[in-house]
Design a protein around this ligand. Structure first.
Ligand code: SF4
Ligand code: SF4
Length: 415
C-alpha cells in the first residue's frame, strides 16, 4: 500500500523505518529476495565522480577597507577566480567564483578540485588581487577566514554518461583519462556508478526534485533545479551546499590529459512512497545502458555496453613493491590523477580514487587492479577492450550512501 512522506517520517521518529542503501537493496534483489513496499521505507543512493560543473563562491578578506577600489583579477594558489557580481568597492574583500576546472598558473598539476580539498583540510592558501589601477594585494587565508564558502554545482550527478574508446591508431589526449588513450581499441574509460547512482533509481524524478535535501561531499545540501543541459532522457542536477561543512575525503582534484578536473560525491535519499518508485529502485547494472563513443567525436555511439562494468572488479589497487625496478620517473607516481601514489611506492588510500591508471602505466605491474574488459561490435568485428580508466569511484559512492543512511536513522538528516 502507498505511503505518505509524513508516515515515513513518523516511522523514522519511532525507530520503525527500514532504511537501506541502494547497494543493500540490489544485493537483496540479486539474492532472489522479493522486496515489497513493506520491506523498505527509504533507499539512499550515491555517486562519486569527476563533475566539471562544480563552482565555489567565496567571500575573501584581502586587505584593509579602502586599500583598493575594485578587484580586476583574483588568484587563489595561482588559480584564476572571477570577481563579482558585486563590485566590492573599497571593502578590502572580494566575492569570487572559482571553477573546479580552473588550473593554477603557479603550481603545476594543481586546480580547483585540489584547492577545495586543501581548504576543507584547513590549509592556508595564497590570495592575490590585482585592482583596476594594477596594484597588487596579497593575503594568506584559510576557510575559517572566509565568511562565505558555498559550492554550486551547475551540472552534477548525471543519470546517463557516455563512455569512450579510441578506435584509431595512435593515442589521444582528453579530459576523460589521465594518460593519452591508446588505439586502436586498447583503452576504455567510463563514468557513473550504475545501479547505485541516484537518478538511475528515480529516472522520472518522482522524488529527486527542486528542494530535495541531499549530501554533497558530506555536507547537507539542497537541489536547486535540474542542471544545465539536463533533459528528461539525460537529467542531471543543479545543487548547492556549504563548503565549510564538507568532508575533504569526498572531494578533490583529478588530473586528466587536459589538466586537473574536480571530483565530488553526492548521496540522495529516495522515500519509497509507492509501487512506481519501488519498481524504479529495482534497476540493476545490466539494465543501465552505457554508450561507447569514439573519443575523437565523443557523441556518436559505436556500440552500447552496460554498468556491469562494476561487477567482479576491484575497487582499489594492491601493491607488490618487491619487484619494483625503481624507474626514473616512476610512471604511476607521475600519472596518478589524485597524487595518491607516493614516492615510496605506497598508495595513500584516503586519496586513491580507484581509477586504475597506476596499474596501466607501470611496466612491472607493481600496482595491480582488476578493472575488467568490455566487448563491443565495431567495424564488423568483436572487440574486447580493457577498462583502463574509471572517472567515478564506487567506493566513495558506497560510503556516502551509507553515511546518509546512518544520518537518516539517527535523525541528524531529515527527509
Ligand atoms: S614504474 Fe613501476 S616498476 Fe617502475 S618505479 Fe614505478 S612502481 Fe616501480
Ligand atoms: S588507482 Fe592508482 S592511479 Fe588511480 S588514484 Fe589510486 S593510486 Fe592513483
Amino acid at each position: 500500500m502507498a505511503k505518505t512522506i509524513e508516515e515515513i517520517r513518523e516511522k523514522l521518529d519511532s525507530g520503525d523505518a527500514i532504511v537501506l542503501t541502494a547497494e543493500e537493496l540490489k544485493t537483496k534483489l540479486r539474492d532472489g529476495e522479493e522486496v515489497t513496499l513493506d520491506d523498505v521505507d527509504v533507499v539512499t543512493c550515491g555517486t562519486s565522480g569527476v563533475m566539471s560543473g562544480t563552482t565555489a563562491l567565496f567571500h575573501i578578506p584581502v586587505a584593509q577597507p579602502g586599500a583598493f577600489n575594485k578587484a580586476k583579477e583574483v588568484y587563489i594558489n595561482g588559480i584564476p577566480a572571477y570577481p563579482g557580481p558585486c563590485p566590492n568597492e573599497l571593502l578590502g574583500t572580494v566575492d569570487v567564483f572559482l571553477y573546479g576546472t580552473n588550473h593554477s598558473k603557479s603550481i603545476d598539476g594543481y586546480g580547483g578540485g585540489f584547492l577545495l580539498k586543501d581548504l576543507i583540510d584547513g590549509k592556508e592558501v595564497d590570495v592575490k588581487v590585482i585592482d583596476i589601477e594594477d596594484n597588487e594585494f596579497t593575503n594568506k587565508v584559510t576557510l575559517d577566514d572566509m565568511p562565505t564558502a558555498r559550492l554550486i554545482g551547475t551540472r552534477m550527478a548525471f543519470k546517463n554518461y557516455n563512455s569512450f574508446t579510441n578506435p584509431q591508431k595512435g593515442s589521444q589526449k582528453s579530459i576523460f583519462d589521465a594518460i593519452p588513450m591508446e588505439g586502436p581499441y586498447n583503452s576504455f574509460t567510463f563514468s557513473g556508478c550504475g545501479e547505485i547512482n541516484p537518478l538511475a533509481n528515480d529516472p522520472n524524478q518522482e522524488v529527486i526534485n527542486e528542494g530535495t535535501r541531499v549530501l554533497v561531499n558530506g555536507a547537507e545540501g539542497t537541489i536547486i533545479d535540474n542542471g544545465t543541459r539536463s533533459t528528461p532522457e539525460k537529467p542531471n542536477l543543479l545543487l548547492t551546499a556549504n563548503i565549510k561543512e564538507m568532508n575533504s575525503y569526498y572531494v578533490g582534484g583529478f588530473k586528466t590529459g587536459m589538466g586537473p578536473e574536480i571530483f565530488d560525491s553526492i548521496a540522495i535519499p529516495i522515500p519509497v512512497l509507492n509501487e512506481d518508485i519501488l519498481n524504479n529502485l529495482k534497476v540493476t547494472n545490466k539494465d543501465i545502458e552505457l554508450p561507447v563513443c569514439d573519443i575523437h567525436g565523443r557523441h556518436l555511439p559505436i556500440d552500447t555496453v552496460d554498468y556491469t562494468v562494476w561487477e567482479n572488479v576491484d575497487l582499489r589497487p594492491t601493491i607488490e613493491p618487491d619487484m619494483c625496478f625503481n624507474c626514473i620517473p616512476c610512471l604511476p607516481e607521475l600519472y596518478c590523477p589524485t597524487n595518491a601514489y607516493g614516492k615510496d611506492k605506497t598508495i595513500d588510500m584516503d586519496l586513491c580514487f580507484g581509477c586504475g591508471n597506476c596499474s596501466m602505466v607501470c611496466p612491472r605491474g607493481i600496482p595491480s587492479i582488476n578493472m575488467g574488459t568490455i566487448s563491443i561490435e565495431s567495424e564488423g568485428k568483436t572487440r574486447k577492450i580493457p577498462v583502463t580508466c574509471r572517472q567515478s569511484d564506487k567506493k566513495r559512492a558506497l560510503k556516502i550512501a551509507q553515511e546518509l543512511k546512518e544520518a537518516i536513522i539517527d535523525g541528524t538528516f531529515k527527509l
